[in-house]
Design a protein around this ligand. Structure first.
Ligand code: C5P
Length: 193
């Protein structure tokens, strides 16, 4: 079966948690596409070259989850040639046999406009920053400022900006528990399977 679930949204809205749970529930493969941009940003040097030569080892570095890596990712993510170099890999992952869940910023709009299900996961900036702060620690106000700065860069860039696809199901997790958010996502997918 070929079946693609596209899950987009701003930083720390719950996309990763929901994607992993949904993939497990339906037995689909999962690709966290943010990791590709984080790996390009972390590699240093010319980002276009980094994107073209990205390897498995680049994706398994353990410094990819930091706030700095998130900022570096969103800076290289504005470069059209970087995005182009990562497109084919994401598209073939999406159409692999057995079903796939991809989470990111432009999956429903650019990478997989034909995805069978599109979810756009959001939450208030404060709640998202609080969740991220629980993971990374430090100064919560600083985490909030970084989340807002990154969302602004992602939403305002010319190529593949962060926005819901016209046919995306909106899922606001501000006041939802993880279980409740996952349940709603599964329900939305079951309607189309
Ligand atoms: O989702 P995550 O926080 O790991 O993404 C890091 C950054 O990578 C985002 O802020 C965004 O700039 C970029 N990104 C993107 N398109 C995607 C996934 C991530 O531009 N599909």
């Amino acid at each position: 079966m070929i079946f693609t679930v596209a899950i987009d949204g701003p930083a720390a809205a719950g996309k990763g948690t929901i994607s992993r749970a949904v993939a497990r529930h339906f037995g689909f493969a999962h690709l966290d596409t943010g990791l590709l941009y984080r790996a390009v940003g972390a590699k240093g040097g010319d980002p276009v070259e980094a994107a073209r030569s990205l390897s498995e080892a680049d994706l398994t570095r353990d410094d990819l989850r930091t706030l700095e890596a998130g900022q570096a990712a969103s800076r290289v993510a504005v470069i059209p040639e970087v995005r182009a170099a990562l497109t084919e890999f994401q598209r073939s992952f999406a159409r692999r046999e057995g079903g796939a869940v991809l989470d990111g910023r432009d999956i429903g709009t650019v990478i997989c406009p034909e995805a069978e299900v599109k979810l756009f996961v959001t939450a208030s900036a404060e709640v998202r920053a609080h969740r991220r702060w629980l993971e990374v620690g430090g100064d919560e106000a600083q985490v909030l400022a970084e989340v807002i700065e990154r969302d602004k860069r992602d939403a305002e860039r010319a190529t593949a900006p962060l926005k819901p696809a016209d046919d995306a199901v909106l899922l606001d997790t501000t006041e939802l528990s993880i279980d409740a958010a996952v349940h709603k996502a599964i329900e939305a997918i079951e309607k189309r399977i």
